[in-house]
Design a binder for this molecule. Structure first.
Ligand code: SAM
Length: 421
């Protein structure tokens, strides 16, 4: 990797680029970093590199001519390469590890142009630069510090610069998380101990602790990153669920009895309020109501789910022909075959997003399978995203659209789903 830093202050940049790990890597010939004085390429006697801005205003603007001449010289020196010319600018895309990874993998020559004063003549940026990168949402006096940051973060990923790729692959921002806390000797400093698990030295336990710490830190310090992170293993899923208070709860279920009807009305009532708040025109016509639920209980198809004894959800499974399923815009997967149907799936607000909907559908599928049926059907409103997500995640196929003939809701379309065993 060759990097040319075009600057008015090469003497400020060079010592930093020649120090420590990068200096050693340059000596080994793994990287080449050149700090080039832009002023050497002026075509005027005074070696003037900047001038007053057109239109007036504060400060001076760096002229295009010396910058272009400097760039041409650097390009000729480096010869044919996969080159990227980058202007460091507070107006550029915010530089991050993703940019660094892209630059090291796609190019072998970076030209980093450092502005100063009020910046650089726009025409140079337009005609000569491939992209603009910013170090962050603040303004510095010059592009030297951002250029050094870009050069450093790119060069440390050049093969051989660090002893092992694992050195940078385990670090913050590599896989969407921050790194775990680090400790070194002594065991106790200022009364603070190194965590026991690290002193025990059991590799598997250390790995598990570190991953957990990464998740804890990222949630605390960078909620934006944490929210965007997808757990990579069931163990990570468990940790994330615990950290977000979304740990799966343990539920009990049993066939509902008439004495449960008040609890069932409360659950379906909450669900209907929630659908209304979400703008979903489903369960807004007074159904299901007390009578419907009592009929469900009497028919023996109604199941009550509880958590720690408290009512949490309800679902019904019927093995009867559904008149509204006889006509479908589309096609059922098992046309003509006996089927079961899920109705009234509703979860109390406190248990939303905590695994209950999955458990309810699992129960229905187990019951249907156990009774020798080949499929389970369900329908939901096209705007009921929550239900659609659960059904689709569990492998229910979207078969088409049915219409509720008995409902008084304005929108009686329902999406028809079927899961075949
Ligand atoms: C004072 S700044 C010019 C700022 C410019 N007038 C503006 O408002 O966008 C001078 C130079 O510092 C560099 N610079 C300043 N802040 C930067 C940042 N956050 N990231 C990258 N470069 C920066 C740029 O090269 C810029 O040309």
């Amino acid at each position: 990797m060759r990097i040319d830093i075009l600057t008015l202050f090469p003497e400020a940049v060079r010592p930093m680029m020649e120090a420590s790990i990068l200096g050693r890597a340059a000596k080994k010939g793994l990287i080449e970093i050149h700090c080039v004085q832009i002023r050497d390429f002026t075509d005027n006697k005074q070696q003037q590199v900047d001038d007053y801005p057109y239109g007036g205003g504060w400060g001076c603007v760096m002229m295009a001519q010396p910058l272009k001449a400097c760039l041409d010289w650097v390009t000729a020196q480096a010869g044919p390469k996969k080159r990227r010319v980058i202007y460091l600018s507070p107006q550029g895309a915010r530089f991050d590890q993703g940019h660094a990874r892209r630059l090291v993998s796609e190019y072998d020559h970076l030209v980093l142009v450092c502005g100063h004063y009020e910046g650089v003549d726009e025409r140079f940026i337009q005609t000569c630069c491939d992209e603009e990168l910013s170090l962050g949402d603040f303004v510095l006096t010059g592009g030297e510090i951002p250029a050094m940051a870009v050069a450093d973060s790119v060069c440390r990923m050049v093969p051989g610069v660090l002893s092992d790729p694992a050195c940078y692959m385990g670090e913050s921002h590599w896989d969407g998380l921050l790194e775990y806390p680090q400790y070194t000797r002594p065991d106790v400093w200022e009364g603070l101990e190194v965590p026991e698990v690290l002193r025990q030295g059991v590799h598997r336990d250390i790995q598990a602790w570190r991953r957990e710490q990464q998740l804890i830190r990222t949630q605390a310090r960078r909620p934006d990153m944490f929210a965007a992170y997808t757990p990579q293993s069931p163990e990570e899923e468990r940790i994330v669920a615990r950290l977000t208070g979304r740990e799966k709860l343990v539920y009990d279920c049993r066939p509902a009895v008439p004495e449960d009807v008040d609890a069932l009305v409360a659950i379906t009532g909450e669900a209907s309020d929630y659908l209304r708040q979400c703008g979903v025109d489903q369960w807004q016509d007074g159904f299901p109501n007390r009578d419907t639920l009592l009929a469900d209980i009497a028919a023996g198809g109604c199941w009550l789910f509880t958590h720690d004894g408290a009512p949490a959800g309800v679902v019904c499974l019927y093995a009867r022909e559904e008149p509204d399923y006889a006509v479908i815009d589309g096609a059922w997967r098992t046309e003509g075959a006996p089927y079961t149907t899920i109705h009234r799936a509703a979860v109390k607000a406190a248990y939303r997003g905590r695994g209950l909907a999955d458990e309810m559908l699992q129960l229905c599928e187990d019951l249907a399978l156990g009774r020798g049926y080949g499929s389970v059907r369900a329908d939901t409103h096209p705007d009921n995203r929550a239900m659609r997500t659960v059904l689709e995640r569990r492998g229910y196929a979207l078969c088409g659209q049915i219409y509720l003939t008995r409902s008084t809701e304005s929108d009686r379309r329902r999406l028809a789903y079927e899961k075949v065993f």
